[in-house]
Ligand binder design. Structure first.
Ligand code: NIG
Ligand code: FE
Length: 412
């Protein structure tokens, strides 16, 4: 099936070929004004200016995008989409004055989510996550990474990963799976860290490898959670099975970026507390720094120093961190606006960071994240808007008219 989209006011992020963008490159967003786009069998096959359109329209469907901006769908490279229950009681506790760490120390936080996941059936976890996934697609997310990490027993971690595998098989958008058993120590291993590390390394990883349940391995490298040595041990064990590292780093304290770059992590995520020294280390590495502004917002933390990171030459991606504890929203439009408003990123930088760089931050840069011939036609069609900047300026407004996944509009 051939589909031609005509009269596109602006076609955003048009690239002949792609690679990870760093530093100043992030501000360069290639745009075609008054453009057309051709899609064949769900894949982008051609684009150009309307004045150069010379296509035989026979047996071709035409979509008139008069006044609309068309851009690649958001790529959300960090989520905890599979969970059994929301945690608004902790939200209220935080309003009353408790900190994230105090709630965790009381057996709340991640342990609270783990209890609910351990008790939930695979079926119910799949159903609730699949509903969330479809809600996110309507909001313009066209590729997603999903982590385990709310299981924390051999059985429940494998259950979560099998749920993610099912989502992967049934999802219309590409899904990447990350193994995060090293999210926190379960209560029974608080004084026996090695015991839990042994479970991860000797009981969970071999099964994950046999059933092909994960693409990445993640660790919450943080004071009170996994220290640098423990993080390194888990990452190295995962890497033996071909799982690249993707680390929760520098959310509350420093050091994890250094660990991440040492294990050649594909990304280090969070970075609320990254300092000048670790910014330099990140800039000199191949690792992508993924900023999660809605988590900082929700936890009332300082926002990530996006300007310093970009000015130092780092490769930056943006993601939602969708999870019940620190970011109960997976809305990438909100992430995009917040990045401009609170982190002083330019709208162009935000679009690049939340599309092409985020695609690379989950190993999907060759198939999604830009308007490039051969890439999947996962696209956002905006409502009529006056300019590119309006997209991130008018925060909280629904500016998406339609979302296309693999060449089909999903909400028609
Ligand atoms: O990315 N920081 C660690 N993990 C999650 C939050 C987990 C939770 O509170 O459930 C995060 O913010
Ligand atoms: Fe997270």
């Amino acid at each position: 099936m051939k589909l031609v989209i005509i009269n596109i006011k602006q076609l955003l992020n048009v690239r002949k070929e792609t690679r990870i963008l760093r530093g100043k490159e992030l501000a360069e967003l290639p745009v075609l004004e008054n453009a057309y786009l051709v899609i064949e069998d769900g894949v982008i096959s051609e684009y150009g200016l309307m004045q150069d359109l010379s296509i035989n329209m026979k047996s071709t469907s035409i979509v008139d995008a008069e006044g609309q901006f068309v851009l690649p769908t958001w790529c959300d490279s960090h989520t905890h989409l599979v969970f059994a229950a929301s945690r608004e009681n902790e939200f209220v506790d935080k309003i009353k004055g408790l900190s994230y760490q105090e709630i965790a120390a009381k057996g709340g936080g991640i342990l609270n989510s783990a209890k609910a996941v351990q008790e939930a059936s695979e079926e119910s976890l799949f159903n609730s996550a699949f509903i969330r996934l479809n809600e996110l697609i309507q909001l313009g997310t066209g590729a997603i990474e999903i982590k385990s990490g709310y299981g924390l027993t051999v059985e429940a971690e494998l259950k979560m990963l099998r749920v993610i595998k099912r989502i992967k098989e049934r999802s219309p958008i590409p899904v990447r799976s990350t193994f995060l058993a090293a999210h926190t120590y379960p209560a029974e291993f608080i004084h026996d860290h090695q015991g839990y590390l042994d479970l991860i390394i000797h009981e969970m990883l071999p099964v994950i490898a046999i059933e092909n349940l994960a693409d990445y391995i993640d660790v919450f490298c943080e004071e009170g959670f996994f220290n640098p040595e423990e993080t390194m041990a888990v990452c190295r064990a995962g890497m033996k099975y071909g799982l690249k590292a993707k680390i929760h780093a520098n959310q509350f304290s420093g050091g994890a970026v250094t660990v991440g770059t040492n294990v050649n992590a594909i990304s280090v995520d969070h970075l609320e507390t990254i300092d000048e020294k670790e910014i330099e280390i990140l800039a000199a590495s191949n690792t992508i720094g993924t900023l999660l502004p809605t988590a900082a917002f929700f936890l009332r933390m300082p926002f990530q120093p996006a300007r310093k990171l970009i000015d130092a030459g780092c490769a930056i991606a943006l993601a939602s961190d969708y999870n019940p504890g620190s970011s109960p929203s997976g809305n990438m439009n909100l992430v995009a606006s917040m990045s401009c408003i609170q982190m002083k990123m330019l709208p162009e930088e935000v679009i690049n960071a939340a599309t092409i760089n985020a695609a690379y931050a989950m190993g999907l840069g060759e198939t999604t994240g830009s308007i490039t011939v051969g890439k999947t036609a996962n696209l956002i069609f905006t409502k009529p808007i006056p300019s590119l900047a309006y997209l991130t300026y008018a925060f909280g407004n629904n500016l998406i008219d339609k979302v296309m996944i693999r060449g089909n509009f999903i909400n028609e």
